[in-house]
Design a protein around this ligand. Structure first.
Ligand SMILES: *Cc1c(COP(=O)(O)O)cnc(C)c1O
Length: 432
């Protein structure tokens, strides 16, 4: 039996002070551990597959700064490239060749992209893509799916409460009804619901945006034919199909979900991995659509720090590392070992569970499943997940502090890390 009482004095001190300074003590909500209870740990440094907190505890990390750390934290080649770039300055606010380099890499990789615009976050990419969808089609309504996250812009903060699926009720105070009334929602994996929305809103829907593999309602995969069906329906109605690949881009395959599933959307948003841990987002698509963006066209979108040389450098080096042979085979192999192992152990220890993985993205729900959509995901036993999370944390494994987040592995995760994680999981699940 390992010692399950970890010392967290410094974490507690720092987080207590933070709560006085910043709302909830954090810069982004999930970090506060609200949905799993207890105190968050305060990080001191990260390296490879590990994090160290301010009290000196070491953890195996399956959050990977929410996705970017696919090569492992603080990869020496990324750090070296950044050191070199740093000498040339931190921001230009003017064109640099680094933007060309990353743009070429992204366009080469992502089937739907002929042109790309860099921004500073996934949120920004999704906001901009929505404006572009509307401008290109001259229509205002969009369809999104329950449980899919596209950043925190007003028009995406809509979920479907029971019976109000198409009413577009805002999720957050401060979001005007007028803004969300043109956001229609459907359950994920439900083509009939999408068809019905198109029938009810003929010639009014600019397009459909989705996570082609969901990571923000826990890990949910598209049913066979779902992505293809959306491609057909949108074509039929002169609407655009947008894959939000902020999470899946360069993670579930080098060319993202669109490469993996062979379905090419009209527009794609990216973020996370392409910044290699620095703030980057991007959106892109066909030349005809992208040429509408200012200053080539009239759809306005700008950014003081967009195309930032440090962010471009980290992105370029990260993609270079991912291009090396064996990358996705390795990611798939270790992630499968982890995901299968967790599921197997959960079942052996008498828990209802379902889950899976694609490449370096995985999930585990405490429900018998299957989980096809957000409603199914919500059947997962949250209280059990919270206890599981805490137990794993105490045994040196850092999982996302919410049932509704996918887990991430990286090239730095070793067989030994996976083994150690499964040993911890068995101990925790035996006593849950
Ligand atoms: C993380 C995420 C976003 C938002 O990106 P930020 O960089 O956090 O603004 C948008 N869409 C998806 C699918 C994401 O996973």
């Amino acid at each position: 039996m390992v010692n399950t009482t970890i010392k967290t004095t410094k974490s507690q001190e720092i987080f207590a002070a933070a709560q006085n300074l910043m709302p909830g003590g954090v810069s982004s909500p999930v970090r506060a551990f609200k949905s799993v209870g207890g105190q968050p740990i305060v990080f001191d440094r990260v390296k490879d597959s590990y994090i160290w907190d301010v009290d000196g505890n070491q953890y195996i990390d399956y959050v990977g700064t929410w996705g970017p750390a696919i090569c492992g934290h603080a990869h020496p080649e990324v750090i070296a490239a950044l050191h070199e770039a740093l000498e040339k300055g931190t921001s230009f606010g003017a064109p640099s060749v680094l933007e060309n380099l990353l743009a070429e890499m992204v366009i080469d990789a992502v089937p739907s992209m002929e042109m790309v615009r860099f921004v500073n976050s996934g949120t920004e990419a999704c906001m901009a893509v929505l404006r572009l969808m509307r401008a290109f089609t001259n229509r205002e309504k969009i369809i999104k799916f329950e449980g899919c996250y596209h950043g925190h812009a007003d028009m995406f903060l809509v979920k479907a409460g029971s019976g109000v699926a198409t009413l577009g009720l805002p999720d957050s105070p401060g979001v005007p009804k007028a803004v969300t009334s043109s956001t229609l929602t459907a359950p994920y994996n439900d083509l009939e619901a999408v068809k019905a929305l198109f029938a009810e809103n003929r010639d009014e829907i600019a397009g459909v945006i989705l996570e082609p593999v969901v990571g923000n309602a826990g890990f949910i995969t598209p049913d066979a034919g779902f992505l293809e069906g959306l491609r057909e329906i949108t074509h039929e109605h002169g609407a655009l199909l947008v894959f939000d690949e902020v999470m899946t881009g360069f993670r579930i395959a080098y060319g993202g979900a669109q490469e993996r599933f062979g379905v090419t959307p009209d527009l794609t948003t990216l973020g996370k991995v392409i910044g290699g841990g620095l703030p980057v987002g991007a959106y892109g698509g066909g030349r005809d659509i992208m040429s509408m963006i200012a200053p080539a066209g009239h759809v306005y979108q700008a950014g003081t720090l967009s195309g930032n040389p440090l962010a471009m450098t980290a992105g370029i080096k990260t993609l270079e590392l991912l291009q090396r042979p064996g990358t996705y085979e390795y990611l798939d192999q270790i992630t499968q070992k982890l995901a299968d192992g967790l599921l197997q152990i959960a079942k052996e220890t008498g828990h209802e569970a379902c889950g899976g993985h694609i490449s370096a993205m995985f999930g585990l729900f405490f429900t018998s499943g299957p989980v096809h959509n957000y409603e199914d995901a919500k059947k997962s036993d949250m209280a059990k997940f919270a206890r599981f999370h805490r137990g794993m944390l105490e045994r040196g494994v850092y999982l996302a502090p919410s049932q509704f987040e996918a887990g991430f592995t990286s090239l730095a995760h070793t067989e030994a890390d996976i083994h150690q994680t499964l040993v911890a999981a068995r101990e925790v699940l035996c006593n849950l």
